[in-house]
Design a protein around this ligand. Structure first.
Ligand code: NAD
Length: 252
């Protein structure tokens, strides 16, 4: 198990999917976890599960596209646990599924707000807090769509390319100040984000399995483990990188 005992770790989108799995695994490894999400019921369920297993966690319910709420979220971490050692900026939304000429500005902006602007806001307040305590580690949620593209996804692909660019940019700015900034690039992972698509279009799941060289979808814990490893001291010389966790999806 990765060494995170005593670390204060913030995870956004921790009510569901990969964020939820990362919260459970981080707590199991001894971290003090802040479970942040706009879905109050599911975020509380994640915290309850951690506490029931003997771990330490608190909830922050908020919308991370709102700067005041992001500031309040980071303040809540510092107030509860004294510092923020690591953050997994994982909350995100999928593509709307529309091609360019059918996509409205409002739809495009919504994906950009959650997947890009919120990641910027999170890094802004997390880094400010980390600078006061001598450093930390950030992992952003990029995607295979940070490296390659797919149809009807200018919103999502644009947003995830931006996440990778912001990750490298922030890594450069703080490389000498003890703050590492990396990203995970998941392939196709079995989470609630894709459950609706698979329920309505079973052939989509079949196609994506075939499209993945390992011949299966990823499971949330496989990406969560990579994110937690990037946060840990084992990754002490790694910054500004995107780690593909995708069964060779982008290698083809
Ligand atoms: N599932 C995949 O195949 C896949 C592949 C590559 C990348 N990703 C990325 O991984 C991340 C996690 O995906 P997942 O599949 O676990 O998703 P998910 O839908 O299971 O969970 C996302 C969580 O983010 C929260 N969230 C969304 N907008 C928010 C906001 N404005 N404020 C606070 N919380 C908000 C949701 O409430 C939800 O709990 C996302 O950034 C996604 O783009 C997913």
């Amino acid at each position: 198990m990765v060494e995170l005992a005593g670390k204060s770790i913030l995870i956004t989108g921790a009510a569901s999917g990969m964020g939820r799995e990362a919260a459970l695994l981080a707590a199991k490894a001894g971290a003090k976890v802040t479970v942040a999400d706009m879905n109050a019921a599911l975020a509380k369920a994640t915290v309850d599960e951690i506490v029931a297993a003997g771990g330490t966690a608190q909830c922050f319910i908020g919308d991370i596209t709102d700067e005041a709420q992001v500031k309040a979220m980071v303040d809540a971490v510092v107030s509860a646990y004294g510092r923020i050692d690591a953050a997994y900026n994982n909350a995100g939304v999928p593509n709307t599924g529309k091609v360019v000429h059918e996509l409205s500005q409002a739809e495009f902006r919504r994906v950009m707000d959650i997947n890009v602007v919120a990641v910027f806001l999170c890094m802004k307040y997390e880094i400010a807090a980390m600078l006061k305590t001598g450093g930390g580690a950030i992992v952003n949620s990029a995607s295979a769509a940070s490296a390659i593209t797919f149809n009807a996804a200018i919103d999502y692909v644009g947003s995830k390319h931006a996440v990778m660019g912001m990750t490298k940019s922030a890594a450069l700015d703080y490389a000498t100040q003890g703050i590492r900034v990396n990203a995970v690039m998941p392939g196709i992972v079995r989470t609630p984000m894709l459950a609706g698509l698979f329920a309505s279009t079973p052939e989509a799941e079949e196609y994506l399995v075939t499209r993945t060289p390992m011949g299966r979808l990823g499971e949330p814990h496989e990406i969560a483990k990579a994110a937690l490893w990037l946060m840990s001291e084992d990754a002490s010389f790694i910054t500004g990188t995107g780690l593909s966790v995708d069964g060779a999806y982008v290698a083809t």
